[in-house]
Design a protein around this ligand. Structure first.
Ligand code: COI
Length: 369
C-alpha cells in the first residue's frame, strides 16, 4: 500500500514510503543471523522503460510483487540481467557503497549484450543510493554483515515473437546478508564438472544475465550431491582450462608468492572483486598473472606443493579459501585446507577498505549521506 508521494531531494526519484514497515524488534531479530538472500528490506527502487518515453517514472516504493502479462518476454526468452553489490555500515555510523560505478558500467554492458536499453549510469547510481538511504536500518551490525543490493532489468510486454522487447522494468531490491557460505569449515570444496559448460566463445558468459546462472544450476546441484560446496567450470572448447565457479571467480597462489587468475576472454564474468584484488595484489608488489590455468596443472601443482593456496571471490563470496577439489576419478587438497596467509592478507586489505577500517587510496568507497 502506497501513500504520500514525495520528491526525493533533487534526484528525480519519487518517494512512495511503504505504509507497513517491518517493526523494529522483528527487524532486529532478522538481522542477528540473516544468512544470504533470505531477508529483504521494506522498499525497492523501480524505473520503467518504453520506446516512447525512454527511462521514466523512477521511484522508491514499498517492496511488492510485480504484476506481469504471461506473455512477457522475460518469462519465455530470459531477457534479463542483474548486478550484485553491497552497502556497508561505516565506523562513523553512515553507510557506504563499494565501487558502484563499476557495477553501473557492467550493467550497461550486459544490457547491450542482451539487446536491452542500457540504463544511464547516473540513474543506476541514484536508484541504488536512494534505496540504501531509505532502508539503511537494514544493514546488519554483525562483523560479516552488509546490505546486498540486487539491481536487475527484465523485459515485459505481451508478445511471443523473437525480437527484443520494447518495454522493460529496472528494479533494485535489497537483502540483509551475512556470509554466503554457511558451511562452518575454514574452506570450501569444489566439484569439477566434465559434463556441463557455463559459457562458450561468442556466448553470453561475460554478461551478468540470469540465463548463465540458470544453466549452471544442474552442475551446482551435482556438486552438492557429490558433497561439495561449488561447481568449477572448464572452457567449452578444450574442456581443459579453469574458467570460473558457479557464481564467483577463482584465484591461485604459488609458492614463489605469485598469484594467477584466468584471463577475461569473453566467457568469464568481469568480477568487481576480482578486479579489486588484482589491483591490491599489484600494489603489494606481488607478481600477478591473468593467464589460463589447466585443471591438470592445478592438480599437479597442488600435489607437488607449488600451489599453496586457492580462493574463490565475488561480491557475495568476498574471498573464500578453497580447500579441496573433487573429480569423478579422485580428489586433491590444497595447502592445509584452511585460509593461507596470502588469501588472508588480500581478504583483509579488501574488507578493511570496504568496512572503513583502512583508508581508501583508490576512491572505491562512495559514502551515503
Ligand atoms: C554476486 O556475487 O553478487 C553474485 O551475483 C553471485 C551470486 C551467485 C550470488
Amino acid at each position: 500500500m502506497i501513500v504520500d508521494v514525495q520528491e526525493r531531494d533533487g534526484t528525480g526519484i519519487a518517494f512512495e514510503p511503504a505504509t507497513e514497515l517491518v517493526p523494529a524488534d522483528e527487524r532486529a531479530r532478522l538481522l542477528i543471523d540473516p544468512g544470504f538472500g533470505r531477508v529483504f528490506t521494506d522498499h525497492m527502487a523501480i524505473i520503467e522503460y518504453d520506446e516512447q518515453n525512454g527511462w521514466h517514472d523512477a521511484r522508491i516504493t514499498a517492496r511488492q510483487p510485480f504484476t506481469m502479462d504471461p506473455a512477457s518476454p522475460v518469462l519465455h526468452y530470459a531477457q534479463e540481467i542483474f548486478e550484485g553489490m553491497k552497502a556497508y555500515r561505516r565506523p562513523n555510523g553512515g553507510a557506504a557503497l563499494f565501487r558502484p560505478d563499476a557495477n553501473a558500467r557492467r550493467f550497461a554492458k550486459s544490457a547491450i549484450r542482451m539487446a536491452m536499453p542500457p540504463l544511464p549510469e547516473e540513474m543506476f547510481l541514484e536508484s541504488v543510493r536512494a534505496l540504501v538511504s531509505t532502508d539503511r536500518e537494514w544493514i546488519p551490525e554483525t562483523e560479516a554483515g552488509s546490505l546486498y543490493l540486487r539491481p536487475f532489468m527484465i523485459a515485459n510486454g505481451s508478445f511471443l515473437g523473437m525480437r527484443s522487447s520494447t518495454r522493460f522494468i529496472y528494479a533494485v531490491i535489497a537483502s540483509s546478508v551475512g556470509a554466503y557460505f554457511k558451511n562452518d569449515s575454514a574452506s570450501v570444496s569444489l566439484w569439477v564438472t566434465r559434463e556441463y559448460v557455463r559459457a562458450a566463445p561468442g556466448g553470453t558468459g561475460e554478461a551478468k544475465c540470469g540465463g548463465n546462472y540458470a544453466g549452471s544450476l544442474v552442475a551446482q546441484a551435482e556438486a552438492i550431491r557429490r558433497g561439495c560446496d561449488q561447481v568449477v567450470f572448464l572452457d567449452a572448447v578444450e574442456r581443459r582450462w579453469v574458467e570460473e565457479l558457479g557464481g564467483m571467480n577463482v584465484f591461485f597462489v604459488f609458492d614463489d608468492g605469485s598469484i594467477q587468475t584466468p584471463p577475461l576472454d569473453g566467457t568469464i564474468l568481469h568480477g568487481v572483486t576480482r578486479d579489486s584484488l588484482l589491483r591490491l595484489a599489484r600494489d603489494m608488489g606481488l607478481t600477478v598473472r591473468e593467464e589460463p590455468y589447466s585443471i591438470d596443472q592445478w592438480k599437479a601443482d597442488a600435489e607437488s606443493g607449488r600451489l599453496t593456496e586457492a580462493f574463490a571471490c565475488g561480491t557475495a563470496a568476498v574471498v573464500t579459501p578453497i580447500g579441496r577439489v573433487k573429480e569423478a576419478d579422485g580428489e586433491f587438497s590444497i595447502g592445509g585446507q584452511s585460509s593461507g596467509p596470502l588469501t588472508l592478507r588480500l581478504r583483509s586489505a579488501l574488507v578493511d577498505i570496504q568496512r572503513g577500517s583502512a583508508p581508501d587510496p583508490y576512491g572505491w568507497i562512495q559514502q551515503i549521506d
